[in-house]
Design a protein around this ligand. Sequence first.
Ligand code: IPT
Length: 943
Amino acid sequence: MNYWEDPGPGCGVLPPRAALRSDAPRLSLNGQWRFRLSPSVGATGFEEVDFDDSDWAWLPVPSSWPMHGHGSPAYTNQKYPFSVDPPYVPDENPTGDHRLVFELPSEWSGSTVLRFDGVDSCARVWLNGVELGVTRGSRLPAEFAVGGVLRPGRNVLAVRVHQWSSGSYLEDQDMWWLPGIFRDVTLIARPVDADVFVHADYVDGAGVLMVESAPGAVVRIPSLDVVVPCGETVTIPGVEPWSAEVPRLYDAVVELPGERVELRIGFRTVEIVDGVLRVNGRRVLFHGVNRHEHDPVFGRAVPAERMREELLVMKRHNINAIRTSHYPPDTRLLELCDELGFWVMDECDYESHGFMLIDWKGNPADDPRFLDASLDRMRRTVERDKNHPSVVMWSLGNEAGVGSNLTAMAEWTRDRDPSRPLHYEGDLSCADVDVYSRMYASHAEVEAIGKRAEKPLEDPALDARRRSMPFVLCEYSHAGGNGPGGLPEYEALFDTYERCQGGFLWEWMEHGILRPDGSYGYGGDFGEELHDGTYVLDGLVFPDLTPQPVLAEVRKVYEPVRLSVAGDVLTITNRYAVLDTSHLSLHWEIADEGEVVARGPLTLPVVPPGRSATVQLPDLPPLQNRERWLTIRAVLTNNTPWAPAGHEIASTQSLLTTPTDAPAPRPGKQPIRQAEDLVLGSGRFDGRTGRLVGLGGWEVAHVPLELWRAPTQHDARTWDASTLDRKARWANAGLDRLQYRTVSVDAAGDELTVVTMVGAAATDARVLTTYTWRTDGGRLTADVEVEPLGEWKVPWARLGVTFGVPAGFHGLTWFGLGPGQAYPDSRSAARIGRYTSTIDDFQIPYLYPQENGARGDVRWAELFGTAGTLRLTGAPHFALTVRRWTTAELAAAEHPADLTPSDRVWITLDALQHGLGSPTSGAPILPPHDLQPRRHRFRFSLG
Ligand code: IPT
């Protein structure tokens, strides 16, 4: 059998141990290596010390080689990109041979290990022509003893990396296939072969510490005056516990013979009590994200600065938890999680999702040939990461079905580290785990689970066991493209049901890959035969870490302090587990029609976690007949390691006064016929169709009714393969190709009434649309009434009116929700105010173009530019999109660069909109956000 197809773990590798910082001499072997890519596995010989590699390419290590022009990235979600025949892989097995010549410093001594922190997917390693062994398990470290082979002076390291191996069957995560030596390579001189295992509990206000290590080793915590031999348990009164909210770490040292290991110890105890997961006695609520390791330029070799930046962006958006989907991350990430404060679910590098497509037949998770490799992966995960206080749960893997190897992994873990609960979602019986977890359960199902009233398992004992477990959503609210909607409704369930301890949004980052032309590629952009297209674009942040609009929604929904105003009283509810409110300050602001008229500080009482308090609001300036809003914000009082003083943590807005209705427009002019046209005030209408063709001096295009939008990624997919997605249903119903038939155009008195029948080919589903136009001499006002007729079988994407105006408008100011977009089911973060933007910045550049950027509840908007000023008003309020291309052009584009400005600006006023939802992965859109055809009236004015 070829070694890369051996289903067992690697060979020649040392037993796994913790990732440790110590003063042991280290030599980083990162840098420029020689590299040769072959399409399949060729002859060896390149490992020889004298092999001439001078015509090979240079490649940085660590790297994912397809990101450096060798081969191409390829994206599949579940499908294996090779024939499913475990443990075998095709002959076409891209193989990267790597060579490095390095000098060993003359003072180097001691028994030395060669450490690889991550190689995808199988490596055979030689030093100075001598084979050291083979490693598999891409996102896991492997160490080889090199003592006898390492020489003073010149050394030659040769590594052959195969893209495919038996390990690939266990690494079918939903992400790019990116082979390479993608994490650090280091030589470490370790005088003793000792591991360190820190047990640091927090019990009744004291730290309970026991460090396992080599005989004779001692642990010191200077700031606590602790000096204790390893192996002994010591109780330390008065320690501060570690939590994601207060990540208190104590610097410690373990003195081994000849080596000082530096540790950062966090005292904390994770328990499940009465079916609730608690840390240090407090129920925790996971406001989490699933985080993959991805960089748009470097692939899986993520620069350390980027990891920190990712975590800072998370902290600033009230995210407190990370599931390391679906493999252990770079260990530096966990160090940062310890330091900045995150609850981490650390997941093993283990997924065999592609077997689902063949009904799990032959699943390696249930194949004894893969038992040792399965155990090896779990061991390497736990041993590497066991000392991190941030890791509060182990996860056996993701989407690997059910199988005896998973059971063995669970048993080993339970035995090795009973201090952390076990997680695995793929086995509904939860037989091997401590936490009931689901992905993408609908709101209704989560509610049933919250009540411990879920559908029973067949086995009563397993059912009783599962029913007594805490519940998490290991994935929820898939963020594909523009979405998801429905977050506040999940959050309300987490608040209501103690058992529902939050979850992890899918997913943190869009895995777009930067291409030479500056655009981001997704599945299919790299010549893949088989791929899953845009499904790799499903993050809360763009690949450059710029927040997508939904991240503002996440921040609002996850706010750890809730503010609410009733009358002249503000209620503050502290949702933190540990922190009181003393680190926050309150500010209020009053704005009349978006213009700030007063602001000031407000005293915030110290509210303990889990409690509420009220504050009397100050006297307000005298009312005017303008729409008045009160905004209250809770901000950080002082700088923190992750955000400056003044950073907003929570907010609320309430309407104080609504102006009395403006009087109905006084008729100023009557419609007059001029040649083929009808003229009403500043408006010119086509006399035959009744459509607006001119306004003031501008030529106007007018679409009387729109029911379609450029489908979002969520519109274009369903969970349940037996149902059609909205994009297809809308296309079948012809919402994207509406036809318009003028029924009547009547000028009578001071009104122009235009009746249009709107429908699509091959169906009787129509909408009778009646416009009644008036003018007060200056502005044109339309009262619009729509009435669905015939049989409607699909929801509408929108109910809107579109105008094309000259391209000479470049910006706009509006009074309504902002500054970002707002859709019916994703608008928590938007606040009523007066905002200004350019038309270009009004767009959200989703990597796959789709409906975007609608501002909600707009009362009025003014477009400005060289073309002049155009004011729009609506009653009730409308949603506004303004673009330099049409909806059809937006829908046809595959990348943002396909969108080119036309000779018009297209303005759509939506009286109603369909929500965003998140049906891509299961949960149906909640009514009433699923815009069902209905009678509706609205009014807007132009001028
Ligand atoms: C789920 C996967 O666990 C995750 O990796 C990602 O692919 C996600 O889907 C995308 O929606 S599995 C899916 C069958 C719910």
